[in-house]
Design a protein around this ligand. Structure first.
Ligand SMILES: O=C(O)CCC(=O)C(=O)O
Ligand SMILES: [Fe+2]
Length: 307
């Protein structure tokens, strides 16, 4: 059997892995910039404490900035990185646009099974209805640390992004099981590894993972430095506009802002700026955190410039 193409992999499993998309020089550059931006350096991590988010002195060594790439000019070149853009064009088609859904992480791993899409409950809501427009969006994770130093792996439940007309009992049970497993992360950061049907990808510096935001995924626990950067792209249609609205307006606790006019200009010149931004007051079934969590997160992300 021949190896599936990248398009087939994205369609069937919901993710693709591109090894060493960034050069060693780019990796060093972005590690430095992340350390500068977060105020956390490799010395802040130690084998015992880092996975729980604390350094040896008990200071928090975990930093996470939603909208971080758009908010930090040093990271803008990632958005229009030539090799990345040509890979995403290969996957989605020539007319891709930047989707404002980005993150910067230092010492942070998203240790719970979840989706990054607007409608997170399998099969419920417009994200899962492709009868009018195809869902053509990807989230891109770029990793800068080695597996040996961090123990980090990104896990996926293959095929969990695919809408189904008849949802089988097996699929329903597996969704229920994975939701429960996500909740167990509060008990143990290793709990997510128990998911029997997961594919775990150990990342190395410069590796890139491109996935459909509806695919269930989870970070693993970590035991040392982890540096990651996330950007997103899509083809403009109703799904894209929902996603754009969701992060910019509905997830207010994540503190997304307007794009810097200089970034807007650059993206326009490169043909990556969306033609439209229709605003929706509400999106059916959009997932939002419980109010207590929302206000906790809002406090954490209020001043994005601080670690
Ligand atoms: O821990 C990771 O690298 C995954 C991050 C993630 O899933 C997210 O930020 O939504
Ligand atoms: Fe995620």
């Amino acid at each position: 059997m021949s190896t599936p193409t990248l398009q087939e992999q994205l369609k069937n499993q919901g993710f693709v892995v591109i090894r060493q998309l960034l050069s060693n020089q780019e990796v060093d550059f972005y590690v430095n910039k992340l350390e500068e931006r977060s105020g956390i350096t490799k010395e802040n991590f130690n084998a015992q404490g880092a996975g729980r988010g604390f350094d040896p002195k008990g200071r928090q060594a975990s930093w996470n900035l939603p909208d971080g790439v758009s908010k930090s000019p040093d990271f803008w070149p990632l958005i229009y990185h030539e090799r990345l853009i040509s890979t995403v064009r290969d996957l989605l088609g020539p007319d891709i646009r930047f989707l404002q859904h980005t993150d910067l992480h230092v010492g942070f791993s998203a240790v719970a099974w979840h989706r990054d899409s607007v409608n997170r409950k399998f099969g419920k809501g417009p994200d899962w209805d492709e009868s009018q427009a195809p869902y053509k969006m990807v989230r891109v994770g770029l990793y800068l640390q080695s597996h040996a130093e961090s123990s980090f792996k990104l896990g996926f439940i293959k095929g969990s992004h695919r809408p189904a007309t008849n949802i089988t009992l097996g699929r329903r049970l597996s969704e229920i099981q994975i939701t429960w497993m996500g909740a167990l992360s509060y008990l143990s950061p290793k709990a997510q590894l128990w998911a029997a049907n997961a594919a775990w990808i150990a990342t190395e510096p410069g590796d890139c993972i491109i996935f459909d935001p509806r695919t269930l995924h989870s970070g693993s626990y970590i035991t040392g430095p982890k540096y990651s950067m996330f950007v997103a792209y899509g083809i403009e249609n109703v799904h894209f506009y929902h996603h754009q609205n969701y992060y910019r307006h509905m997830r207010s606790e994540l503190n997304y802002g307007d794009l810097d006019p200089e970034l807007t200009q650059t993206l326009k010149a490169k043909g990556l700026y969306p033609d439209q931004f229709p605003v929706y007051a509400d999106i059916e079934g959009a997932w939002t955190p419980a109010p207590v969590l929302k206000s906790l997160l809002a406090k954490r992300f209020k001043d994005g410039s601080k670690a």
